[in-house]
Write a protein that binds this ligand. Structure first.
Ligand code: ADP
Length: 220
């Protein structure tokens, strides 16, 4: 199964990606997580990405595409993968499509998580994340059991540096301009389903599984 999670920041792609990874036994490849990890380690890739990530802008297509296509060649992704945060532009989608076609590994499903911008802003401003296991929580909607501590791994939670209001609005603006066209792109290829992502996490998870079953005719 080769799955793409599409949708604006704050739509819940990371959370749903985790559910799908457990259900299907596939790796989640989240470009934002990879960039943040590389930035924290100060690698050459991290240095290339840092300025864009800090500003809420996209890292250049060539840098991002090269990184993801290399990641897809790793053994754990041979049987399938869940892409969270890639592709985000039409050139990225075209490069991915070419690479997968050349390898005889076509896409299975593209899930388009939909939420209104104002809800995205609200969710992200109250978001806290675990830098260790990458789970995310929300001070208002989904607090951890102990304030400031990850339920699962016990690490201290923190806010992401790009989750301030101005940067969130910039990310949304860029999403509408650069990434929204991918909805039509994948719809025309018969690969896309919309998911109303305003509902509670478990409801969205059920809708996601139904949409995948519908696209792949795999009802197991
Ligand atoms: P969110 O979906 O909440 O905006 P992510 O964690 O997916 O955040 O990504 C964080 C940042 O990483 C983005 O704002 C951008 O700078 C960079 N990034 C992630 N994926 C891509 C991509 N496919 N192309 C370019 N930049 C990307």
């Amino acid at each position: 199964m080769r799955i793409i999670l599409l949708g604006p920041p704050g739509a819940g792609k990371g959370t749903q990606g985790r559910h799908l990874a457990e259900r299907y036994g596939l790796p989640v490849i989240a470009t934002g997580d990879i960039f943040r990890e590389q930035i924290a380690k100060g690698t050459p890739l991290g240095l290339q990405a840092k300025e864009s990530v800090d500003r809420g802008e996209y890292v250049p297509d060539d840098v991002t595409t090269k990184m993801v296509l290399a990641r897809l060649e790793e053994p754990d992704a041979r049987e399938g993968f869940i892409l969270d945060g890639f592709p985000r532009t039409v050139p990225q989608a075209q490069a991915l499509e070419r690479a997968l076609a050349a390898a005889g590994r076509p896409l299975s499903a593209v899930l388009n998580f939909k939420i209104p911008d104002e809800l995205a802003v609200k969710r992200l401003m109250a978001r806290i994340v675990c830098p260790n296991c990458r789970r995310s929580y929300n001070k208002e909607f989904k607090p951890p059991r102990v304030a400031g501590i990850c339920d699962v791994c016990g690490h201290a939670l923190e806010s992401r540096s790009d989750d301030d209001e101005a940067t969130i609005r910039r990310r949304l603006e860029i999403y509408h301009r650069e990434t929204k066209p991918l909805v039509l792109y994948f719809w025309e290829r018969g690969l896309l389903r919309d998911i109303d992502a305003e509902a509670p996490e478990e409801v969205v998870a059920d809708r996601t599984i139904e949409a995948i079953a519908d696209l792949t005719e795999d009802y197991g």
